[in-house]
Structures are given as structure tokens and as C-alpha cells.
Design a protein around this ligand. Structure first.
Ligand code: PMP
Length: 381
């Protein structure tokens, strides 16, 4: 099996799984219990928060809130901050190429009376800074975008946006960092909040964090026992949170070598595919190196995914998390791609442990799939 769908989810590390098992068998206690076993777990969780801050190079202004994943983190940050700031202004800004956990949350806020405006994106999928500047005014309280796009891999200019927003101190700047962490460097201190899902960096599903500057400023959207700074009530899932910290430690330690490996292997695959007449590479050249979006115009993405599956090569059409939604091509549409290119697109997303033998096997399979479908390729787009 050759797994090329790492933007959808990654394989959990063995020591992450072991840590989860050990915590559940030996340290299953509730960190909110007053007995010594509970207190011990509470200390472990506090230590985990400190470690996470260290791995993410965060300053002391940040709090770490454990969540069930980035969908929840995005919801908590966006809904919570919009509500907390609504007396100062009602305009919220995002782009049309966000993950549904951001887009749908922003649209729900619009239904609740917020003025939602979309920042344009350029042809290469990057946020258009001129459009952002035009939309900014005294009524804007919330700006959000992703660091790395899950479908194309384009990297957003977070530093530049953060610099511009310095002139608008009322604005909360939230970044969905799911596809960026461990693969593209970012000084997270430049943003006000940042979401992650553990399963995208070899951790467990149903586990994530929201790193937030002064968590107490968020208005909670979940009510209950007041855990996680009162923002995310519910019994703390200590085994999952410790497992996330383990996965992050490993990612942090290997960051530089991983980026190097992803860059080399991503480049090799890109150069290989580039030779095939009629096949288009949609990901911009400066995209995150582990995501490559490719189109076979005239052939459906689903047909291609099945064709590769026959060779036990697993890749995606566009984005697995939104493929059940009719809006799943919004990113590609916003980048101005025609329907025929969108329908024929697949996403190849690699992990650093992809071996040279696997790359060679992928190349062989690619050649076979290409020859199976090449009669169908349309050159007039
Ligand atoms: N944001 C982005 C950019 C993503 O790719 C994903 C997952 N595909 C999410 C948010 C949501 O993550 P989860 O499904 O783990 O909540």
C-alpha cells in the first residue's frame, strides 16, 4: 500500500498509541478529582500545556485549550470572539477557500446578524492583500484565514496580514493552522488564535488544540463544568491530550528534517508528473511541498482515485473532509479554474516517510493510469 492522502489524515506514531494505552490503563483518573491520583493527572495536563507552548514557540500571552479537533477549535474561536466583540463592531472577514469548519461558522454568524465579507484570492490561491486592505475599517472585529490550504497547498501570507492588522487593534486574527504545523514554518505569536488537529501530525483523531491569546477573553459557546478555562466544558480527556503532546514533540524534533524530506520528495513527484502531456499541475510552485493538486481534464477525479486504488495507491479527489458537500470545489472555483479542470482533479499528499521504492512504484502506476485514460484527455479547456 502506498498512502498518499496525508492531508486527510496521517498514520499515528507507535509511541502515541502506546502513550494512549498507558494513560488509559494506569492514569485514567479525572484531573478534576481532588484525590492525589486526580491531582497528579492535573499536573501532567499542566505540564503538557507548557510543553505544547514550547513546541509551538509561543509566548506567555497564549493559553492552550484542548479540544476534539480543529473543527471544534475553529468554532470556539470564531463564534466565541464574534460574540465577545460584537459591541465593538459587526464586520467579519474571511476568504472563500477556507475549510468548511470556518466557512460554515462564518456563514452562521452572518445569519445571526454579522456582516460577512469575503477577501478576494489571487489566481495562485493566495489571499489578495489589496482586497483585505479595502475591506478593513473600524467595524471589523474578526479576520480569519488558513495557513496552508488543504486542497492546493498554497501558503497564505500570515506575517503580512498580521502586520496590516496591527493598525486595527480591535481585530481578532484567527488562523486555521491544521495543514501547516510541522510542514511550513510560522511564528504563531503573530496571530491571536491558532487551531490544530492531532491526526494531521501523526496523533489521534478526535484530538486538537486551540492556542489562544488570553483565553479568558472568549465568550464560551459550550457550557457545563467550566473545564479548560471555562471555554470547553466537559471531562478532560487526559489520555488523548497527553498523546497529542507526544505527537507534537516528535513533530517539533523532526521539523527541519521533515521539511527537507517533503521538499525533495514533493519536487521529485512534481517534476515527474510535469512531463505528462495534458495533465495539469494546479498547486502553485511555492505551495507547501507535501500537497500536489493535479488535473486530468476530461477524466473524473473519482475515476482516477479508483484507477490508482487498483494499484493500492490511496489518494484523494479534492478534500476528503468536504467531499460529501456540494461546495467541495469552492477553493478551485475561487482560484478561477474551469469545471473540466476541477472535475478531473486529484490531490496527492505525502508524508516524510515515503520511501524511494514507493515513489518509483507510484511513478509506474501513474504511467499505467495515464495510458489507460489518455484518450479521454481534453486539451481545449
Ligand atoms: N481545517 C483544515 C484546513 C483542515 O484540513 C481540516 C481537516 N480536513 C480541518 C480544519 C478540520 O479538522 P478536523 O476534521 O480534524 O476537525
Amino acid at each position: 500500500m502506498i498512502y498518499l492522502d496525508n492531508a486527510a489524515t496521517t498514520k499515528p506514531n507507535e509511541d502515541v498509541i502506546q502513550s494512549y494505552i498507558q494513560m488509559n490503563t494506569q492514569y485514567f483518573f479525572n484531573p478534576n478529582s481532588p484525590h492525589t491520583a486526580g491531582v497528579k493527572i492535573a499536573h501532567l495536563i499542566d505540564k503538557a500545556r507548557d510543553n505544547i507552548k514550547q513546541y509551538l514557540n509561543l509566548n506567555d500571552k497564549f493559553d492552550i485549550i484542548f479540544t476534539s479537533g480543529a473543527t471544534e477549535s475553529n468554532n470556539i474561536a470564531l463564534q466565541g470572539m464574534a460574540q465577545a466583540k460584537k459591541r465593538f463592531g459587526k464586520t467579519i472577514l474571511t476568504t472563500k477557500i477556507e475549510h468548511p469548519s470556518v466557512l460554515e461558522t462564518m456563514r452562521t454568524l452572518e445569519e445571526q446578524g454579522f456582516n460577512l465579507q469575503y477577501i478576494n484570492t489571487l489566481e495562485n490561491g493566495k489571499l489578495d492583500i489589496t482586497s483585505l486592505k479595502k475591506l478593513l475599517n473600524d467595524d471589523v472585529v474578526l479576520v480569519t484565514c488558513m495557513h496552508v490550504n488543504n486542497i492546493m497547498g498554497q501558503i497564505q501570507p500570515i506575517e503580512e496580514i498580521s502586520n496590516i492588522l496591527k493598525d486595527y487593534p480591535k481585530v481578532h486574527f484567527h488562523v486555521d493552522g491544521v495543514q501547516g504545523f510541522g510542514k511550513v514554518n510560522l511564528n504563531i505569536n503573530l496571530v491571536d488564535s491558532y487551531s490544530l488537529s492531532a491526526h494531521k501530525f501523526h496523533g489521534l483523531k478526535g484530538s486538537g488544540i486551540l492556542a489562544f491569546k488570553q483565553a479568558k477573553t472568549i465568550q464560551p459557546i459550550i457550557f457545563g463544568g467550566g473545564q479548560e478555562y471555562g471555554i470547553r466544558s466537559g471531562t478532560v480527556n487526559a489520555p488523548v491530550n497527553i498523546a497529542l503532546t507526544k505527537a507534537m514533540r516528535q513533530m517539533d524534533a523532526q521539523m527541519d528534517s521533515n521539511i527537507k524530506l517533503l521538499t525533495e520528495k514533493g519536487k521529485e513527484i512534481r517534476q515527474f508528473i510535469d512531463q505528462y502531456e495534458g495533465v495539469l499541475i494546479n498547486s502553485p510552485i511555492d505551495a507547501a511541498p507535501y500537497i500536489l493538486n493535479v488535473s486530468f481534464p476530461g477524466v473524473k477525479g473519482e475515476v482516477l482515485v479508483n484507477a490508482f486504488s487498483k494499484y493500492e495507491i490511496y489518494l484523494s479527489t479534492t478534500s476528503a473532509c468536504s467531499s460529501k458537500k456540494s461546495s467541495h470545489n469552492e477553493t478551485l472555483k475561487a482560484m478561477g479554474l474551469s469545471n473540466i479542470i476541477i472535475e478531473g482533479s486529484i490531490r496527492i499528499s505525502i508524508a516524510p516517510d515515503l520511501t524511494n521504492e514507493q515513489i518509483e512504484a507510484f511513478k509506474d502506476a501513474f504511467d499505467k493510469v495515464y495510458n489507460e485514460v489518455k484518450e479521454l484527455l481534453k486539451y481545449e479547456l
